[in-house]
Design a protein around this ligand. Structure first.
Ligand code: GDP
Length: 529
């Protein structure tokens, strides 16, 4: 066995997802606190106040006070080395979030106890299901008036279609929040509104029914708790680690990130239940993280992180072996041997240059414009490629026009580079050149990002004209003569950057009509990067 086995087995890599405002930032901040990575609660938060902050790379983030990019944070806790992939909370940047999920081995879903499952959670969840990513649920803000616990669990089960298994159970909520009951140890951790941000909580070992509990949490709370636990033991799914790891059962935890209640318990259980870096599928079969030498895939490209240098960074998830700075690697899609320059990692606040990293870690490397999302990097004598990352279907489309037609070259360069990063998708009409470009995005805010970036980074002003298309389908039939397809009047035939033909539709019913009219036609909702 290689000497880096131990290093890899220490790694836990997960993404943290939520609907905006559910408490993802606060929870992340508290988790980092346990690792001692930051000594000041509130540091992650800074991104919201436009101060210098962890993921505050882009001008637009500061202007809008939202996090556009995802960032990665690494810290040690006990014997574990933890990589947290933070995801942008704003719903318009969900495509970036989707890709980030591809680099994670599990996901922590933060839910606001007063709101339950919100729109963004549903979307992200679909991606986890698609990849069988294990999901851990943290029901947050128990110090505020919460919805009925059974109702919340029921909603997760029905809306998201996954079974739940509460690991602990809340005692009251809001002003009456007394703490949580650990179902396995039968311990109660008591909540005191005053222990803001402190690490220690008061944990007592009790039997339900013990009179002492009446004094500790109140008679009524005690009675309700006993009833609820009885009901729960009879009704809920049994804990089954196998199902958790297959993404079919979500362990549920209750707490309050803001007051740091239930966070460490969650972390401990979570680390026990989640996996070491997983094997990943390639065209040569599963690649084991320990048995193989270095390999990685690109899941995110971020341009101009540092405007002064106009740099572009490719983020890759290391899938196997050990990475050493300066080592020679094979970039499969580029068909070239190369050395990765300026490998860097984010350690809470800072970006730092690294010398080595292991499977499970995320590194950013300087990208001279050669990487695309989904690319594989491996050892010089290896030739396998990891499975591609699916492209998510844009839902909004617009025609792009340049204001100053003299700047054609900059315009094309800019828009192509931004599309390569995966922030937008660009399409052209058939039989035309790049005269008319159609941009597709998952969230409409990406249009603003595109406009802003073309102007500030490439000096090109554009106008966007919204188009009515809402549905997109890639044509799967190879070598089909697209001009011969019989389509409806609200259908547009276009091709993507790689020349693949596809159809844009205004109305969803037209999709079926077109399929009916062209019997051989095969359409797909996803393209491949
Ligand atoms: P994000 O958008 O998911 O990252 O959410 P934030 O972590 O920024 O939290 C949104 C708001 O909820 C902030 O004002 C937090 O202070 C507040 N918040 C987060 N966790 C809790 C909690 O456990 N209890 C209460 N009462 N407020 C919380």
């Amino acid at each position: 066995m290689a000497d880096y086995t131990k290093e890899i087995e220490k790694r836990r890599t997960f993404a943290i997802i939520s609907h905006p405002d559910a408490g993802k930032t606060t929870l992340t901040e508290k988790l980092l606190l346990y690792g001692g990575a930051i000594n000041l609660a509130g540091s992650v938060k800074a991104k919201k106040t436009a101060k210098h902050a962890v993921s505050d790379w882009m001008e637009i983030e500061k202007q809008r006070g939202i996090s556009v990019t995802s960032s990665v944070m690494q810290f040690n806790y006990g014997d574990y080395c933890i990589n947290i992939l933070d995801t942008p909370g704003h719903q318009d940047f969900s495509e970036d979030t989707y890709r980030t999920l591809m680099a994670a081995d599990s996901a922590v879903m933060v839910i606001d106890a007063s709101k339950g499952v919100e729109a963004q959670t549903k979307k992200l969840f679909k991606v986890c299901v698609m990849r069988n990513i294990p999901i851990f649920t943290f029901i947050n803000k128990m110090d505020r008036e919460a919805r009925d616990t059974f109702e919340l669990l029921d909603e997760i089960e029905t809306v998201l279609g996954i079974q739940t298994c509460p690991i602990n159970w809340p005692i009251g909520s809001g002003k009456n929040f007394k703490g949580v009951y650990d179902r396995e140890t039968k311990h109660i951790s008591r909540f005191f509104a005053a222990n803001n941000g402190q690490k220690t909580v008061d944990t007592i070992e009790v039997e339900l029914g013990d009179e002492e509990l009446d004094t500790l949490i109140g008679k009524e709370n005690h009675a309700i708790l006993a009833d609820e636990i009885e009901l729960l033991d009879g009704a809920s799914s049994e804990f089954d680690l196998g199902l958790v790891r297959e993404g079919k059962l979500s362990p549920v935890f209750f707490g309050s990130a803001l007051t740091n209640f239930g966070v460490e318990t969650f972390l401990k259980h979570f680390l026990n239940m989640t996996t070491t870096p997983l094997s990943r599928r390639s065209n040569e079969g599963l690649i084991d993280p320990v048995k193989n030498e270095f390999s990685a895939f690109v899941f995110k490209i971020q341009a101009n992180m540092n405007k002064a240098h106009r740099d572009r960074v490719a983020f890759m998830r290391i899938c196997s072996g050990k990475f050493e700075a300066g080592m020679e690697v094979n970039h499969i899609q580029g068909g070239k041997k190369m050395r990765l320059s300026q490998p860097q990692q984010l350690m809470a606040q800072e970006r730092k240059i690294i010398e080595e990293a292991y499977a499970g870690d995320i590194i950013g490397v300087f990208d001279p414009g050669i990487f695309s999302i989904g690319d594989t990097i491996c050892m010089p004598d290896q030739k396998f490629a990891y499975e591609g990352i699916p492209t998510f279907s844009p839902e909004h489309f617009a025609k792009v026009r340049q204001v100053d037609t003299m700047k054609r070259k900059q315009f094309l360069k800019g828009i192509t580079q931004i599309a390569q990063e995966g922030a937008i998708q660009i399409f052209q009409e058939f039989n035309t050149g790049m005269e008319e470009i159609i941009v597709g995005v998952v969230g409409v805010l990406q249009f603003d990002v595109l406009k802003f970036r073309l102007e500030s980074e490439y000096g090109v002003e554009i106008r966007l004209e919204n188009l009515a298309f809402e549905h997109i389908r890639w044509i799967e039939n190879k070598g089909i003569d697209v001009s011969k397809l019989s389509v409806t009047s609200d259908t547009k035939k276009v091709r993507d950057m790689k020349g693949n033909p596809l159809l844009l539709f205004v109305h969803s019913w037209s999709i079926q009509t077109v399929l009916d009219r062209n019997k051989e036609l095969k359409l797909s909702e996803f393209g491949r990067e």
